[in-house]
Write a protein that binds this ligand. Structure first.
Ligand code: AMP
Length: 219
């Protein structure tokens, strides 16, 4: 089972992705996480992507497509399928991925579309904090860690993403509307999209996501 999860910045993709991976044992491919890790390791790919990411702009398609192809080809456990998180994000990426995966084990089976009004996003995004070590996600108001700045799960330090500012959010929202809506339309035309109301408490959103995925077989 191959899943694509889509949603604007702050829609809760990261939180739902963690739960989906844990419950359904699919490989998690988050292009944002991969870029952040490459930037942290100061690789050539990281250096090429850094400026775009810090400004909230999309990394060019040829860099991103090549990176995803490489990750998928090197998955250690191809049989259990994958969760694509943050890719494809432009129509060109969707078409490129369709060419690569159509009719193969890598084709996308279902698209989860996390929907939330734009007004609700600013507070979510500017209050988000992540663990440097394990990647756990917190929110200073709705999901604070027990001790400020420290991860409950592993004791790691929490940090704020450089692009989780209001300025960067506006650019990212604009990119999302212009670039990513056509991707949703592309999968909608294939009949693969399931819409989820992401403007609800986390447990309710998760119940809705799980109820959609429980209708499919994994493994
Ligand atoms: P995310 O963690 O998914 O919000 O991604 C963080 C940033 O990484 C985005 O704002 C983009 O700069 C970059 N990025 C992630 N995925 C892609 C993609 N599929 N295409 C282009 N840029 C991406």
């Amino acid at each position: 089972m191959n899943i694509l999860i889509m949603g604007g910045p702050g829609a809760g993709k990261g939180t739902m992705s963690t739960r989906i991976v844990k419950k359904y044992h699919v490989n998690h491919i988050s292009t944002g996480d991969i870029f952040r890790s490459e930037i942290g390791m100061e690789t050539e790919l990281g250096l090429a992507a850094k400026d775009y990411i810090e400004k909230g702009l999309l990394v060019p398609d040829e860099i991103t497509n090549g990176m995803v192809k490489n990750y998928l080809e090197h998955l250690s456990d191809k049989k259990s399928g994958f969760l694509l998180d943050g890719y494809p994000r432009t129509l060109d990426q969707a078409v490129a991925f369709d060419k690569l995966s159509g009719g193969t084990m890598m084709a996308i089976d279902i698209v989860i579309a996390m929907e939330i009004p734009f007004e609700a996003l600013a507070e979510r995004v500017t209050g988000r904090r992540l663990c440097k070590d394990c990647g756990a996600i917190y929110h200073i108001k709705s999901q604070p860690s027990r001790q400020e700045g420290i991860c409950d799960q592993c004791g790691g330090t929490l940090y704020q993403r450089k692009d989780d500012t209001v300025e960067s959010l506006n650019v990212r929202l604009d990119e999302y509307t212009k670039q990513t809506q056509p991707v949703l339309d592309f999968y909608e035309a294939k009949g693969l999209v399931k819409h989820i109301n992401a403007n609800q408490p986390i447990e309710k959103v998760w119940a809705d996501v799980a109820s959609v995925l429980n209708g499919y077989s994994f493994g």
